[in-house]
Design a protein around this ligand. Structure first.
Ligand code: KIV
Ligand code: ZN
Length: 513
């Protein structure tokens, strides 16, 4: 009989730590619902003690998610753990994930603590957490670069205190597959009570080996939990990609001999939702979820696939949720057809009023775009006119003029709270003019670090443009996303969305600071 591999998703915690990827409570809740549809075993919803906003997000997720375990990160101290426990009170299944660094470098330079102090703090933290929650995970941060003898003492102690999962992070992405797998195998062999806990892997992708390292931790090390994120979202080069691990284990079941509870057909919708929410675009050649992952361009491949699909395909596009690029609806589609498509896409609306608002947005879009694809629907459900989340800055209208040989000019009207502001400006192009017009009123002083436009659906100039704008101000980095068939309008929406994030000035404690 094969074992089960636990999929622990940390898109909403470790993924969100990526500069610019921070999400609002509503955005996190929407993604958590999609993760539940994907049937991940554990959702790490955030770091409750890091900010009031993150506490509220963890609590909201714990209150609604019923099928997956909901987890909060907590540093190894009573205050953080108590805050995590409080946020998780409403959860059907709760987990507290507590951590402290154990490498000599981190203990000496970052924590300024002796190894004995760290050992004692880890022990007290797990004891305290176990009194608050039956399911406790412990992570020795920078575990892979820690002295194995010391690590064995710490892990044996926390298991004795009741830690139910032991996670071995490669915090800085330094591991290579065979060595990481062996590292975990030896820890499990040497620690007398290692069989009392589930072993877990948590790999960062700095050398591009996070997925390979995680799978080696499973195959060689015997780990039975993988920590990962949708699209590999995460700080620096990111985390282990959920979709790659899941499809590797499913496709090569002959080798891994493990079960995963994931509903793979929800992978692409989850990938879309995360990239549209955070503005982190998926590279076209990304395994499983990239736009080209199943595209056969060469004649020889196309010919082979037409004759027998498995000549060049090891997975089926539809099995991972690529039903996309299908024309689903148009101008004449009714409310029922729209509602049914929402259901098929796994999009839950809170109320009839929300469905009505989404349908009105859909009709508005269908007036300007003859074919509406799944991706268009996914983009419009995040719109504030649908979610009812009233943002501080909102675009009201935009007009712009550009002509060969003339300097482009834009006029923008937008709301700032209850005020209506009007602005105009010239610019190098219509996008530049529009953003300058907005900035002339808001005076945010933010630095534009990234501007990118992508077609939501490929292959047609009729597609909606999805614009990502990344702004930096006083050390904070935020991403804003906007979608519209008119890319100048999409750009203004994205800029205002980024300003909204700067406007909500939530201060956060960094998990690995
Ligand atoms: O990478 C890391 O070490 C972490 C821990 C907090 C688990 O994310
Ligand atoms: Zn991490």
């Amino acid at each position: 009989m094969s074992d089960k591999l636990i999929i622990f998703d940390t898109t909403l915690r470790d993924g969100e730590q990526s500069p610019g990827a921070s999400m609002t409570r509503e955005e996190k809740l929407r993604i958590a619902r999609q993760l539940e549809r994907l049937r991940v075993d554990v959702i790490e919803a955030g770091f409750a003690a890091s900010s009031n906003g993150d506490f509220a997000a963890v609590k909201a997720i714990a209150d609604v998610i019923k099928e997956s375990t909901v987890c909060s990160l907590a540093r190894a101290n009573d205050r953080d753990i108590a805050r995590a426990a409080e946020a998780l009170q409403g959860a059907a299944r709760a987990r507290i994930h507590t951590f402290i660094a154990t490498s000599a470098l981190h203990m000496e330079k970052k924590l300024r603590m002796t190894p004995e102090q760290v050992l004692e703090q880890a022990k007290q933290a797990v004891r305290f957490a176990r009194n608050a929650c039956a399911d406790v995970e412990f992570s020795p941060e920078d575990g892979y670069r820690s002295d194995p003898d010391f690590l064995c003492r710490v892990l044996e102690t926390v298991i004795a205190e009741g830690a139910t999962t032991i996670n071995v992070p490669d915090t800085v992405g330094y591991a290579v597959p065979e060595l990481y797998g062996e590292f975990i195998r030896r820890l499990r062999e040497r620690i007398p009570n290692s069989d009392k806990a589930v072993w877990s892997v948590h790999c960062h992708n700095d050398l591009g080996m996070a997925v390979a390292n995680s799978l080696a931790g499973v195959k060689i090390g015997g780990a039975r939990q993988v920590e990962c994120t949708i699209n590999g979202l995460g700080e620096r080069a990111g985390n282990t990609s959920l979709e790659e691990v899941v499809m590797a284990v499913k496709t090569r079941r002959d080798y891994f001999d493990l079960d995963v509870g994931i509903d793979a057909a929800q992978i692409v919708p989850a990938s879309r939702m995360v990239s549209q929410t955070t503005g982190f675009v998926v590279q076209p050649n990304k395994a499983v979820v990239g736009a080209n992952a199943f595209a056969h361009a060469s004649g020889i491949h196309q010919d082979g696939v037409l004759k027998a699909r498995d000549t060049y395909e090891i997975m089926r596009a539809e099995d991972v949720g690529w039903s996309a690029n299908k024309i689903v609806l148009g101008k004449l589609s009714g409310r029922n057809a729209f509602k049914q498509r929402l259901q098929e896409l796994g999009i839950e609306m809170e109320s009839e009023a929300e469905i009505n608002a989404a349908f009105a947005r859909f009709k508005d879009l269908a007036d300007r775009k003859s074919e509406i694809f799944d991706e268009d629907i996914i983009a419009l459900v995040g719109d504030e006119s649908v979610t009812g989340e009233v943002e501080h800055y909102r675009l009201l209208s935009l007009s712009q003029r550009s002509e060969t040989g003339e300097r482009p000019h834009a006029q923008v009207a937008f709301a700032a709270g209850t005020k209506e502001l009007h602005a105009e400006s010239d610019g190098n192009g219509p996008v530049d003019a529009s953003l300058k017009a907005i900035e002339s009123q808001v005076k945010s002083g933010a630095e534009l670090m990234l501007y990118s436009v992508n077609a939501i659906t490929s292959g047609s100039t009729e597609s909606q443009g999805e614009v990502t704008v990344r702004l930096q101000h006083s050390g904070r980095v935020v991403n804003g996303v906007g979608a519209d068939p008119d890319i100048v309008v999409a750009s203004a929406k994205a800029y205002l969305s980024a300003l909204n994030k700067l406007h909500s000035n939530a201060e956060r404690v960094a998990a690995q600071g």
